[in-house]
Design a protein around this ligand. Structure first.
Ligand code: ZN
Length: 255
């Protein structure tokens, strides 16, 4: 039996590609667990959260996190939940700091190990990596609450190297280049995001249940893809767990 008794998923209305009811169905069938869908996390919290979230913005990719002192305008931007994901001046957030704030705003009677909270957001979450001393975009910030960044799904796994080279050498033909690579990576408003999201949910739930992170096998939905090509393969083409993890899932669900 699962340690989790209930999963609450908070929707992100600016990303309608996610077929939230289908995702719910998939998770409750896979894990035999009660799944509840709620509106966007920020909708039912008090306004204080927007100021707090604005403090997690990062401005320097090569420096560890320093709490930001937000302007009134930045706080207002959080309140209006403007989808700035496709904007040139994308706002970046420290994923772990973001997660800590969300955690504080979960109501105490729902804050326990038996309820897993999963928050979808269009904000681009990043984590600071001490090995190369810089921030990297992340699609998934695991644990409880889990943060799944829809912008991170598009931006974190890299596109083919040749795509960037083509862009650099043919700046004017951006549309042509995008057409050439169409389908090879996820784009904004891409309907495939809904299926990919299921893979990230599998990853966070399995991690929460077993304490083990990711799988090395590309033929497994628990594979931590660093390239869009691998993400598309494991989550859309292959769309299965490896034998080992399929077995593990069976054990969790049936015992
Ligand atoms: Zn596996």
């Amino acid at each position: 039996m699962l340690n989790i008794k209930k999963i609450i998923i908070y929707d992100e209305p600016t990303v309608p590609e996610i077929k939230i009811n289908e995702v719910k169905e998939f998770i409750s069938k896979t894990f035999h667990v009660n799944v509840e869908i709620r509106p966007n996390f920020f909708e039912n919290t008090n306004g204080e959260i927007f100021q707090k979230i604005a403090t997690t913005r990062i401005f320097e990719l090569k420096k560890p996190f320093e709490k930001h002192n937000p302007t009134v305008q930045e706080i207002q931007m959080e309140e209006s939940n403007t989808d700035n994901s496709q904007n040139e001046e994308r706002v970046l957030y420290d994923g772990f700091e973001f997660q800590k704030i969300i955690e504080k705003f979960i109501s105490p009677n729902e804050s326990n190990q038996e309820i897993l909270h999963i928050i979808f957001t269009n904000k681009l979450t990043c984590t600071f990596d001490k090995s190369d001393y810089r921030y990297h975009a992340r699609a998934l910030i695991g644990s409880n609450p889990t943060i799944i960044s829809t912008t991170g799904i598009i931006e974190a796994p890299a596109k083919p190297k040749q795509y960037y080279l083509d862009l650099m050498t043919n700046l004017k033909k951006e549309n042509e280049i995008k057409e050439k690579y169409k389908g090879e990576f996820l784009e904004y408003n891409d309907s495939r995001i809904s299926e990919v999201v299921k893979g990230y949910l599998l990853q966070t739930i399995m991690y929460y249940e077993t304490g083990e992170v990711f799988c090395d096998d590309k033929k497994c939905r628990l594979y931590n893809a660093h390239w869009q090509k691998d993400l598309i393969y494991s989550q859309l083409k292959n769309r299965k767990l490896c034998n080992k993890h399929q077995q593990k899932l069976q054990n969790i669900v049936n015992h």
